[in-house]
Design a protein around this ligand. Structure first.
Ligand code: DOR
Length: 441
């Protein structure tokens, strides 16, 4: 294996350098501390010649900083029949992601330094991408006792989250934010006021009424965001609001940012293209939490991305066993897988249709989440870690879950014709995924 890798003739899209241009990218793998191999970007320029390098012809392809997904659920430990770190990370690299943040709502939850250590140890042995563990905010995700945040931070947690079990008590949330501030890590919040959403299974409104299903009103999200941003302001803690789904949430977060709150937020690909109408035939694969909303909400979310209020696109990859989805709508689990369709949905449905600039899409899927997490990723600058994704923007394919690397086949996009796909994913200078011919120069 050559020590150097030359990505030739691609269009480099690197929002961290404001660069969209034909460039070659040279990667070098060296032995770092101990026997660990470290891959770095060593040159980005027009027409690089490197005789000993393996050359990959990237003509017609996009060469972008490795994608970062700050919101995934790999069900390990406890529910390995749904997803493991091995299968989830295989899905991640197949989707173009080089780094993912694993949410702590496993069984048991990742609420201790031991849990963080376990995820990192598993990742070291079994993962194809970089895995960053997120610690639970409370023991057992029960919101009674704070978790050992300081120790989890020392062990390698990159953030804390209540995802899957939204905090209801403002006093407890304030304590969480005060402690997280000491560690200087962001708190990722699933904003949902259960007094408004309990028992709901989809967006409230006309469609829920016609289906005879109980709704979750938009205020279930906006009221919880109100509280979160107010406490972000008073505590000064960095708060990242997860998977926003309501148009008015964009407005609230815009106001919070203007008031100086250290808030950021994310949106999922499914909330950017699907509406509540997707569940009209009781399609449980489109049952997600927060629920799919209205066309107006979708338009406001896209506007929020374009205007810079929404910082990140994250998948909320939520694999489920088929028996948890093939039941009555009310009883089905919430969630859709997303790692292997995100690029196709964002490029094919938004960028190609003129709704989102390509540079902004890459920024929201790489540079911006890396910045929020303060990690060495999201850039192709010389000296950065060699995490790179090569995308064929014109590759069309039909979504067929049997082809997924993920164990989760519960995709909201089954049968969709998508356009745009990661064809090579490079993690730390190593090719972790490839569906293209390779050859030595
Ligand atoms: O749809 C969802 N699925 N939303 C969540 O908040 C949790 C997630 C899961 O863990 O399945």
């Amino acid at each position: 294996m050559s020590r150097r890798l030359l990505l030739k003739n691609g269009t480099v899209v690197d929002p961290s350098q404001n660069l969209t241009a034909k460039r070659d990218v040279l990667i070098e793998r060296n032995i770092g501390h101990g026997t660990r191999v470290i891959g770095k970007i060593v040159a980005v320029a027009e027409n690089i010649v490197a005789e000993d390098a393996e050359v990959i012809d990237c003509t017609g392809k996009l060469v972008v900083p490795g994608l970062v997904d700050m919101h995934v659920h790999f069900r390990e430990p406890g529910e390995e029949h749904k997803e493991t770190i091995a299968t989830g990370s295989a899905a991640a690299v197949a989707g173009g992601f080089t780094t993912v943040c694993c949410m702590p709502n496993t069984i048991p939850p990742i609420d201790s330094p031991l849990g963080i250590g376990y995820i990192l140890w598993k990742a070291q042995n079994e993962s194809k991408c970089r895995i960053l563990p997120v610690g639970a905010v409370s023991i057992g995700l029960k919101h009674e006792m704070l978790s050992e945040m300081g120790k989890m931070c020392e062990e390698g947690a990159v953030a804390f989250s209540d995802d899957g079990a939204p905090i209801q008590n403002a006093g407890f949330l304030r304590k969480v934010l005060e402690y997280a501030k000491i560690c200087d890590l962001p708190v990722m919040l699933h904003c949902e006021d259960k007094s408004l959403t309990e028992g709901g299974v989809m967006n409230s409104g006309r469609v829920a009424l016609s289906l005879g299903l109980r709704g979750m009103p938009p205020e279930g999200e906006t009221i919880a965001i109100f509280r979160a941003v107010e406490l972000a302001i008073t505590t000064g803690t960095r708060v990242h609001i997860q998977h926003i789904s309501v148009g008015r949430s964009v407005e609230l977060i815009r106001m919070a940012k203007e008031m100086g709150a250290k808030v950021s937020c994310e949106v999922t690909p499914h909330h950017l293209v699907l509406t509540e109408e997707a569940v009209e035939d009781y399609n449980t694969f489109c049952k997600v939490n927060p629920p799919l909303r209205t066309r107006e909400d979708v338009e406001m979310l896209i506007e929020g991305l374009n205007g810079g209020v929404i910082d990140v696109i994250a998948t909320d990859h939520a694999p489920h066993a088929i028996e948890d989805k093939e039941v009555e709508f009310e009883k089905a689990a919430f969630g859709t897988v997303g790692l292997e369709t995100a690029v196709g949905v964002i490029i094919g449905e938004l960028v190609m249709k003129g709704k989102l600039r390509l540079e902004r899409a890459i920024e929201c899927m790489s540079t911006s989440p890396a910045k929020i997490l303060s990690i060495d990723a999201g850039t192709l600058k010389v000296g950065a870690s060699a995490d790179v994704t090569i995308i064929d923007p014109n590759l069309e394919y039909i979504v067929e879950p049997s082809e997924f690397k993920s164990k989760g086949k519960n995709s909201a996009f089954i049968g969709w014709k998508l356009r745009g796909k990661a064809i090579i994913t490079i993690v730390n200078g190593e090719i972790a995924y490839c569906e293209m011919k390779r050859g030595e120069s």
